[in-house]
Design a protein around this ligand. Structure first.
Ligand SMILES: Cc1cc2nc3c(=O)[nH]c(=O)nc-3n(C[C@H](O)[C@H](O)[C@H](O)COP(=O)(O)OP(=O)(O)OC[C@H]3O[C@@H](n4cnc5c(N)ncnc54)[C@H](O)[C@@H]3O)c2cc1C
Length: 389
């Protein structure tokens, strides 16, 4: 077993951190305040190659292997002060691009991947509905075959990148009866499809640089060639990709944990009370020791997921463990950073309060922590639970 990064991975990591610090995040507070999408930052990410890290060269990407990609994503999360922008990139890559890479036909890949890599197209993932969250098999959006098209009706909510996206990976019900696992299908839905309406932007507590939207589909006529995978294979498509989404989105969270730790250690060494640096108080130092423990453990599981995917192996259990642990650790770590900074952690002069708001949703999106525990329990031999969304 070798835990060392290769010289190429170390070099990529350093270049990504430099890029993210120098070219991204300068207006993070502004994008947070205005809930605005950083188009310049998006363009810079595209030009640096971020949007093509996991994509083969024939579509304009750099074709990094999964472990190298995870190391690069971690570096982006660490270096980019605008968590909203980084989350928009994560959703684009790990909830849209990855579907094309895993299940797109050669025609679909050729049609969409170059634009998704050069940043002219923004990707999103449209699964959740007003009445359907964790229980994805109960979703009610329908797609009915009509000649050479599907007619889609329904509503989607909480869609990250929803208001700015050009392409949605959408899940809908194509069968009214039969086994629930064979009733759903996945589609590639371009923004300009007649009958698709982006209804409203949803305001939220954190990650405010990632615009969130709500979709309404009314007699939305989508050519059948936009079916992703086979009809009725939607659940299989979802479960085969979800380990990528859960595993790889955690990379940025591990990077953010490292940033929170370093910021907090620097503050604890600098700030004095009772004549000594506050880091000398065990209450403070142990809080940061716990953060360090969580960071190191999350990173170990992160790299294991990257290694498993590089080896072409299943990582469903590991991705759920990582999703659960990294998400909860990020929230705990952000709150620890806030406590260490005292009042300065709470007021908006420093970015710590924004880090806390940005961390609040980590145990929810991509499948809640409760759902991850259910999956882990099922894969540990306990009675099977839903794999949920
Ligand atoms: C920041 C953010 C970004 C998001 N981006 C997207 C996106 O891009 N695309 C998209 O489709 N969706 C997105 N979502 C929606 C997200 O996937 C859902 O919020 C998530 O699946 C949970 O669904 P829900 O919110 O309806 O909660 P519910 O499913 O209603 O759950 C509510 C509570 O009940 C618990 N619960 C539910 N079922 C069980 C169970 N079986 N066992 C134990 N506990 C259970 C949950 O853990 C939770 O605590 C996003 C959400 C957030 C917060």
């Amino acid at each position: 077993m070798d835990f060392a990064l290769t010289p190429e991975q170390r070099d990529l990591r350093e270049r990504v951190i430099r890029f993210a610090r120098d070219e991204l995040g300068a207006k993070a507070a502004e994008h947070d305040r205005d809930e605005s999408f950083d188009r310049d930052g998006w363009k810079a990410c595209a030009e640096f190659g971020v949007l093509g890290w996991p994509v083969p060269a024939e579509y304009g990407g750099s074709g990094h292997d999964p472990l190298t990609t995870i190391i690069a994503c971690e570096a982006l999360g660490y270096g980019c002060a605008d968590n909203g922008l980084a989350f928009a990139v994560d959703n684009h890559l790990w909830a849209c691009v990855i579907y094309l890479l895993r299940h797109g036909s050669p025609q679909q890949r050729a049609r969409f991947l170059p634009g998704l890599v050069d940043g002219t197209l923004i990707g999103a993932h449209a699964l959740t509905e007003p009445e359907t969250g964790s229980d994805m098999l109960s979703l009610t959006t329908t797609a009915q075959r009509d000649g050479d098209a599907y007619v889609i009706d329904g509503a989607k909510c909480f869609i990250s990148n929803g208001t700015v996206a050009d392409l949605y990976v959408l899940f809908a019900r194509t069968a009214r009866s039969g086994p629930a696992q064979q009733a759903l299908s996945a589609f590639l839905l371009p923004r300009d499809t007649p009958g698709l309406e982006v209804r409203r932007a949803i305001s939220k507590a954190g990650l405010r640089g990632t615009p969130m939207g709500e979709l309404r589909l009314t007699g939305c006529r989508l050519p059948a060639e936009n079916l992703l995978g086979a009809e009725g294979a939607g659940y299989r498509v979802f479960t085969s990709v979800i380990e990528w989404e859960r595993g790889f989105m955690a990379a940025g969270q591990v990077g953010r944990l490292q940033r929170l730790l370093e910021t907090s250690v620097a503050y604890a060494n600098d700030r004095t009370q009772f004549g000594v640096p506050i880091g000398a108080f065990q209450a403070v130092s142990h809080r940061l020791a716990d953060l360090r423990v969580n960071l190191e453990l999350a990173r170990l599981m992160l790299y294991k997921v990257g290694w498993l995917k590089r080896e072409g192996r299943i990582a469903l259990l590991e991705a759920s463990i990582l999703k659960l642990f990294a998400g909860e650790s990020l929230l705990e770590g952000a709150l620890a950073a806030m406590r260490v900074h005292g009042a300065r952690g709470y007021v908006a002069d420093l970015p710590i309060e924004r880090e806390v708001r940005d961390a609040l949703a980590a145990p929810t999106f991509g499948g809640t922590s409760d759902i991850q525990r259910t999956i882990i329990a099922g894969l540990t031999g306990l009675p099977e639970g839903s794999h949920g969304a």
